[in-house]
Each structure stands twice: as structure tokens, then as C-alpha cells.
Design a protein around this ligand. Sequence first.
Ligand code: ATP
Length: 423
Amino acid sequence: MVKTSTAINLAAIIKKQLPEELTAFMQLAGEVAQRHGQRLYLVGGVVRDLLLERANFDLDLVLEGDAISLAREMADVKGGKVTTHQRFGTAKLRWDDWSVDFTTARSESYPEPCALPVVKPASIKDDLFRRDFTINAMAVELGPSAYGQLLDLYGGRSDLEGKLIRVLHERSFIDDATRIWRGLRYEQRLGFELETVTLRWLKRDIAYLDRLSGDRLRHELELALKEEYPEKVLQRADALGVLARLHPKLKGDEWLAGKFREARCLSVPDASSFGLYLSLLGYRLSGEEAEQLISRLRLPKLAAQALRDTISLKNELASLTDPELSPSRIYSLVCGYATPAVMANALAGESAVACQHLNLFLSKLRYIKPALNGGDLMRMGIAPGPKIKETLKRLLEARLDGKVKTKRDEESLVKRLLAEAER
Ligand code: ATP
């Protein structure tokens, strides 16, 4: 684990924790940069995770110089593809299964609270100072003359030891309120705590969350829901009044935590997807409240539909409480709703029978298809047009209810239907 001392070299830890390919890449990039008289650093989350001995292969390299040129030079050596953002002085190099980000060291100033920053090239010291928390504001030298040397100007290592999330200056959350959500994520992921003064500033600046665009706020929520245990972040966000800034009716309580845990136990794909977590988070909202959340977060179509369907299905659950419902009836009541909405209701619905029906739909009914298709029906003499659709529906119902089991059974049923129609 972390040991605080004046100077520390991470070369051995890098060798131990990162794949050989990435280590060799960084060494080479450091040599190339040094040849140009420039300093190259490994920065941010990966340095934090190296010190914590947590797996992280997302390399962020910062150059005191033109990062795009360096990325291109490295691409000439390694092959692969460079994508650049001239305006931000950033480049991403991808080769084989690897990818590395290059950024020109920069300082940031915020013309207004929560506005996008004005950036200009600067020293590594300024670049580290623009970062969110001390534990993310460390760098490792990559040039051969000082390879592996840790640059810890703001007390990151000591905060790793003390398990503290600390901002670098008093205006940090005002400059960028997304850091509030970021802080909660790191705190809960790492089992750390917001440092006392940072916590005080966070509470003081909570209203700045309202200045963030829907897109930026949604992105933060998406990241929170991608954590291994998102419920922890939401519980903390609720306790601090951060969740209420998304919508005052949202709750990050024990109920929600239980539903998230159950969701992860589901043996279905997408059980920990954004759509399902969001549907569970929004489950207790009314239709109108859900619409407010959708517009605050500028939710994209699919996610918005999942949330809307969740509430509509919740309001229709009474129709699914009859234990005698046939599979085909269950299917017809449920099939129009988005999958995350069905899953959310299966987990959160109050009627055990309705939940059983929803689970039957999810595990079995939704995968059932007739063996015959439209072409087969036409070949059997059904005229093209609405009759085809109608017959396919009859075949599906028969399949769902176990009245036909084989293609043969289906053909007999079609023949019977044709004979009935002729009578
Ligand atoms: P994760 O493990 O969640 O991916 P990370 O630390 O790698 O964490 P990124 O979001 O990939 O986080 O950002 C990379 C680095 O950029 C961070 O470590 C931090 O130094 C800096 N950073 C990212 N977002 C901000 C922000 N909003 N304000 C200040 N610094 C930021």
C-alpha cells in the first residue's frame, strides 16, 4: 500500500502492475519526448490506482509540449491510429487492443461558475492544479533521466494514506460542480471519505449543480450507475442532498439499494445496465415527475422510453395480478414495454403474482417465436396483406400457450384456419 516519504519512484510498481506492452510504450514515449527536450508524464487516475494497487490500464500521458505531434510520432513507430482534437491539444493513439491518451499540459480558468473552462498550454504544475482531487493530481515522470519519479505537489499520497477525497482549492466545486458527483464516486468506490473542509465546501456549493447542463449531469449519473455498487453512491448523494438536485422526489434509500442488489443477481443480460438502474431509481416517481427528470437530464430516446414505460407498466400492474392469466395474455399485456421497464417492475412490483408473470415473460415468453414465417404462410395459400400478420399472431399465441409445439403443428393449425375462413 501507499507509503508517504519525500521521494518515491514508481518504476518497480509500474513494471509489476502494467502490461509489458504499455510499460515499454511509456518508456519509449518518454525517450522520444526527452530527445525533443520535453517532459512527459503519466497522470491522473492510473497513478492513483498504481499506488493503491488497483488494476487500471487507462493511460493518460501529459506532455509539456505538443502532445498531438508526439502521438503521431509514436504512431509512426507502433502503427495504429491517432484521433486528435486540435482545439484541446489532445490525441488518442490506438494500436492492437491498446489505447493511450496524450494531452498537452494546460491550465484552466473558469469565466463563470460551471462554464466550460478557457484552457492554455502550461506547466505540469498548473496541469495538476486544474484537477479535481489531490489523489487524482499526481504524475509520474517518464523521461529516461527521471523515469518513475512521482510528482506529488498537492499531497495526493498522504490523502491516499488517510483515505481522503480533498479538492485542491476552495472554488473547485463552483468552477465545476460535476466534481461533486465525481467526489462521491471515488469516495464510495475506494471506501474513502470526503475530507472535512472539502465536505463543507461541497455542501455550501450544492446549488451549483443546478447550473450544469442536462448532458453533463446525465453523464455524471451514468458514471455513478456504472460503478460496481452504484447504490452506495446514490445513498451518499441522497444523504448530502445531491440526489435531490436531480429531482426532489428521488430517493437513494435501503429500498433502492436492495433492488439494485437484486438486479445484479438476475441471470439476464443487461441486469446492471443504465436503463434498468435508471428505471429502478425513477420507479417511485409519478408520470409527471418522470417527465421532469427526463427533461432535466435530457435523457436520450431509449432511456427516456425505459423510464416512461416503467411508470406506465407500474400503473397497469393490476391487470397482471390474476394467477390464471394464460401465457399469451401475459405476452400481449407486456410485450410493448421496454425491457428495462419490465425488469424494473419484476423487481419492484408489489404483487407477487404480477412479478411472477413478468419474470415468465422475461425468462421465456419473449424469446418464443413461431417456426413459420410470412413467406411460408403465403406459400400455404394465405393472401399477402393483413391476414399474414393476423395468422402469425395466432401462431405465436398458440406457441405461447403450448397448443402447438412443432412446425408440423403450426402447419396443421394454418390449414385449419384456412379451412375455417373458406366456410
Ligand atoms: P476513473 O477511475 O473513474 O476512470 P479517472 O481518475 O481515470 O477515474 P477520468 O474521468 O478518466 O477519471 O479523468 C482522468 C483525470 O482527469 C482524473 O484523474 C482527473 O485528474 C482529471 N479530471 C477528470 N474530470 C475532471 C474534472 N471534472 N475536474 C478536474 N479534473 C478532472
